[in-house]
Ligand binder design. Sequence first.
Ligand SMILES: C[S@@+](CC[C@H](N)C(=O)[O-])C[C@H]1O[C@@H](n2cnc3c(N)ncnc32)[C@H](O)[C@@H]1O
Length: 217
Amino acid sequence: MPKNGTHIKAGKAKTQGLYDRIADVQNLAMKLNGYRKSVAKYLRSLDLQIGPESLVLDAGCGTGIVSLAFQDAAFDPKRAIALDLSFKSLEVAREQLHKRRKHAAKTDIVQGNILHLPFADESLDLILMCGVLEYTPLDTGLREAARVLKKGAPLVLLPVKPSLVGSVLELLYKFKIHPLDNVRVAAARYFSIVGNHEFPITEPIAWSKTIFLLEKK
Ligand SMILES: C[S@@+](CC[C@H](N)C(=O)[O-])C[C@H]1O[C@@H](n2cnc3c(N)ncnc32)[C@H](O)[C@@H]1O
């Protein structure tokens, strides 16, 4: 019987392999579904205190759609880091995120695990997380995000919500949706829950995602 750590490593390798295989298709799907526009609109509506000294992380960035939305929303941090397990997804992310010269020099593409973030305690000013905690234990993922965020800094969390589309994605992408009550309970251990935004139903992102705005306690 393999030890728990062996299971986790095998799960991580499977996820990485899956996204290495499907990065191009995933990127096309994300381009067509309008997520980028919806997330950019939401981010623009927030009073995020992001300035020339800020460090921002897109944790589990995939092909970079959320980071692109962050660029679209006209935030201009000192550095933006896009981190993911999948090399192939990161290749696509690099190509897209480095297109605008202004952002290219300030955007780092990093292969890594959101459960072991390569950052010092309380060093980041904002984390964006979309559709990635579904691959990890909820508490461990949120605890690690809280560790690297400065006190009072926001985590913009977009979990997959229990829904018809969510269930289809769960099968296709081999993840596990966390019930939203569990997300709230786990988040409240490390964060104040500032808001829970629902996207308008006319935007495809509303069919599978919700947004929590959290603030590190
Ligand atoms: C559903 S995709 C979401 C990608 C992106 N955030 C978006 O919204 O388009 C999930 C991503 O999480 C990544 N991932 C899963 N587990 C991870 C982990 N432990 N650390 C880093 N990335 C992870 C996968 O490689 C994949 O790119």
